[in-house]
Structures are given as C-alpha cells and as structure tokens.
Design a protein around this ligand. Structure first.
Ligand SMILES: Cc1cc2nc3c(=O)[nH]c(=O)nc-3n(C[C@H](O)[C@H](O)[C@H](O)COP(=O)(O)OP(=O)(O)OC[C@H]3O[C@@H](n4cnc5c(N)ncnc54)[C@H](O)[C@@H]3O)c2cc1C
Length: 381
C-alpha cells in the first residue's frame, strides 16, 4: 500500500494551492478527487470569468462564528499575492469594480496556472474518500479505488452547493469523527424565494437596498419568477433569517415626494408619480391607485411610501444548495489553528477553504479564502 507525506482530499482551489506549496517543499503528495477534473467550481466561478480576488479582503468581508479567523491566513497570502501570482502566470485580468478582479479570457486560465504550479504529483480523479482512520502517527485513507497511508491529511472538500458537480460532506464527517464541532450548514450567495412578490415582476432590475438582521445592503436587484436575485439578494442570504425589508428607491424619500406633488399638482395619480422613479411594472405592483393624489389622505400616502421604501418580506428563504455559490457553516474554527490550519485535536489533520465555517461576501472573497487557507496548510502540513 502506497505511503505519502500528505494526502489532499479535494482538487479544488484550496487543495491545489496547498499542493503547490507541498511540492515546493519536496513532499510526496497524493491528491484525491471524486470528480473527473480539477477545480470545477473555479471553472464556473464569476460566470466563467472567475472573480479570483478582491483587494478589500479582510475579516469584515467574511461570515461564520468567528470571521477574524481569516486574518492570519489573509496576511500570509494576501489579495495582492493572488494578483501578483496571476500576473506571474501572464493571465489577462480586468478590474470590474475597484479591487475586484476577473480573468479576461476565462476561468480556465486560473485552473491551468494552479496545475502548472503543482507539476506532476499523483492525482486520482473519480475517486471518493470514504473514511479516514488514524493509527499511531499515520492516517489510513479508504477510497472507492483503494486505500492509502499518509503522515498528514488536508481536508479540502469544499461545500455542498452545486451538488451536480460532485460534492460530499465527507469533510464534515471526518472532522466530526476527530472531535470537531460542525456549525449548521445552509445555502448562501443565491437567489431568494418569497410569495410576497409577483412572478409578473420577473425580469425587472434596479438598484435596491435590503435591510436584514439590522444590516443594510445596497446593490443590484433582479426580480425572478419565484422572488428576487441579483447581488443584493445573494448578499442578503449571508445574514440568514426569513424577514427583510426592501427599499426599492433607496435614494428617494417617497413620502416627501408624494406630499410635495400633492401640494403642487393634485391631479396626478400615485401610480404615475411612482413610475417616474421605478420601473413601470413595479410601480403598478406597489400601487395601482388611479385616484388623483389630492384625493388621498396623508396616511394613505404613508402606506404607499412604506411599500416603496420599506417593503416587508417575512417568508424569505434561500433558493437552495442546487444554485447557491457557497455553503454557509461547516467545520468550526474553534478547534483549528488559524496560523497553520491544523486541527487542535488531531496532529497532522488540516482543513482548508469552504469546508471550514468561513464564508466570504460576493466579490472574490471566497476564492481568496481558498487560496490563503490552502497556502497556509501547504506550508505547514
Ligand atoms: C456558481 C459559482 C460561482 C462562484 N463564483 C465565485 C467567484 O467568482 N469568486 C469567488 O471568490 N468564489 C466564487 N465561488 C465560490 C468558490 O468557487 C468556492 O468557495 C471555492 O472554489 C471553494 O474552494 P475549495 O477548494 O474549498 O472547494 P472546492 O473547489 O469545492 O473543491 C472541493 C473538492 O473536493 C472534492 N471532494 C468532495 N468530497 C470528496 C470526497 N469524498 N472524495 C474525494 N473528493 C471529494 C470535490 O469533488 C471538489 O473538487 C463560486 C461558486 C459557485 C458554485
């Protein structure tokens, strides 16, 4: 039975970055992946253009029980390190928003760079890890295609979203087996279902502000046939909870506007006034009152304004793992060293990337976390 210095479970972004460091350190490495190709989530990331980093990455852009857990790894492998690494591989990039970088020619460039960095270590595709035992100082790894020994293990098995790509919760199971706590998992960075809106709004987009769990998020919103999507909805899922309010005109005090129009031109209808600041279909969904505004009492104007500036949704739910960009929750950070990514409970066992209870905001933060945590584990395993 073959013995390795390190076995990496998962050939995603974090596993491959860890492998590159181990190869540089002349370690004998085996990478095992249940899929038939590496970094399949990188391939589809950023709509195929891979938003690989964000220069603003610091703990404020991460979620989980202890977002500060990311600080040490982000300081060891910074967003600028990622950018320089990408440039060293001569990958053409563009900055979509300040500090937010994508690949001009597509995600494949990142995957090829990751593979170039690891040279030719053993990679076993279409091989699922079923169980890991520790005997004395060695790990015994059971897979669907045979068993292997290693001195150290890196669990880089990612999250549970996009199940059709090939995902598993083996990382959580192994962590649990070695005594680690698992924070409850749920889909995040995805669209939101609600019955409070109409499917007839589907296709409308505008800038909106969502308030959820006292947090305000302003970004683009897209109505779907089942609720809302777009960056503002995706980001709202990071805060959990089924209650939120949406401000469809975040830069306008609609009550003030209605009151002043009532004074100046009482013959106009509210629907008509709203259609000047909102897409027509949305304006009519929120208020199809055809009376002259002069005929409406102030408390009626207030009710209409509240619908525009503070529309209540109390049945919001993330659409589901099948289309979530990330999995919220995972292996608790409490029992992992943030400096090395090694388990505090089991020497030689490391965790990287999305399998850990760390979730980044939309904007390149999740891949940056995968790179930084993978780098640190690769330096230490
Ligand atoms: C549609 C989509 C778009 C995204 N866009 C972006 C973006 O633009 N920017 C960004 O920062 N983030 C983005 N993300 C998130 C980002 O891709 C992930 O957070 C990141 O790839 C996680 O890396 P990882 O190495 O932790 O795990 P993964 O890349 O998920 O890799 C885990 C690997 O482990 C393997 N594995 C699991 N179980 C087993 C097992 N039992 N045996 C063997 N192998 C196993 C899997 O096959 C997989 O290859 C996106 C995600 C999705 C789904």
């Amino acid at each position: 039975m073959k013995k390795y210095d390190v076995i990496i479970v998962g050939a995603g972004a974090s596993g491959l970055v860890a492998a590159a460091q181990l190869v540089q350190r002349k370690k004998n490495v085996l990478i095992i992946d249940m899929g038939n190709s590496p970094a399949r989530k990188v391939a589809i990331s950023g709509g195929g253009k891979c938003n690989f980093t964000n220069l603003a990455a610091d703990f404020n852009h991460y979620f989980g029980k202890n977002p500060r857990f990311v600080c040490s790894a982000l300081a060891r492998w910074t967003p600028n390190n990622t950018l320089n690494w990408v440039r060293a591989h001569k990958i053409a990039v563009y900055e979509k928003e300040p500090g937010r970088y994508f690949c001009k020619n597509g995600s494949e460039d990142i995957i090829n760079a990751l593979l170039r960095d690891i040279g030719n270590p053993d990679i076993k595709y279409n091989t699922s890890v079923k169980n890991i035992e520790k005997n004395d100082d060695k790990f015994f790894v059971q897979t669907t295609k045979g068993d292997f020994w290693a001195k150290s293990i890196i669990i880089a098995t990612g999250g549970l979203s996009y199940p059709h790509l090939g995902v598993s919760n083996i990382g959580h199971q192994i962590a649990k087996k070695f005594g680690h706590k698992i924070e409850p998992v749920r889909p995040a960075l995805c669209a939101i279902k609600t019955k409070s809106l109409s499917s007839e709004l589907s296709g409308i987009s505008l800038q909106a502000e969502i308030t959820i769990n006292k947090k305000k998020i302003k970004d683009d919103l897209l109505f779907t046939h089942f609720g809302i999507g777009g960056p503002v909805a995706y980001r709202a899922t990071l805060y959990g909870g089924s209650e939120m309010t949406i401000n469809f005109a975040p830069d306008k005090n609609v009550l003030e506007l209605l009151k002043s129009v009532k004074k100046e031109n009482g013959k106009r209808t509210v629907a008509n006034i709203l259609s000047e600041i909102l897409p027509n279909r949305l304006a009519r969904f929120l208020c199809d009152d055809t009376r002259h505004i002069a005929d409406l009492r102030d408390n009626e104007l207030k009710q209409i304004a509240t619908k525009v500036n503070s529309f209540v949704i109390d049945d919001a739910s993330a659409i589901g793992m099948q289309s979530a960009e990330v999995t919220f929750g995972g292996v608790s950070t409490e029992q992992i060293s943030s400096k090395t990514m090694e388990s505090k409970l089991c020497n030689g066992l490391y965790f990287t990337g999305e399998v850990i209870d760390i979730t980044g905001d939309l904007g390149g933060y999740n891949l940056q976390w995968a790179f930084s945590s993978g780098f640190v584990a690769g330096l230490n395993a």
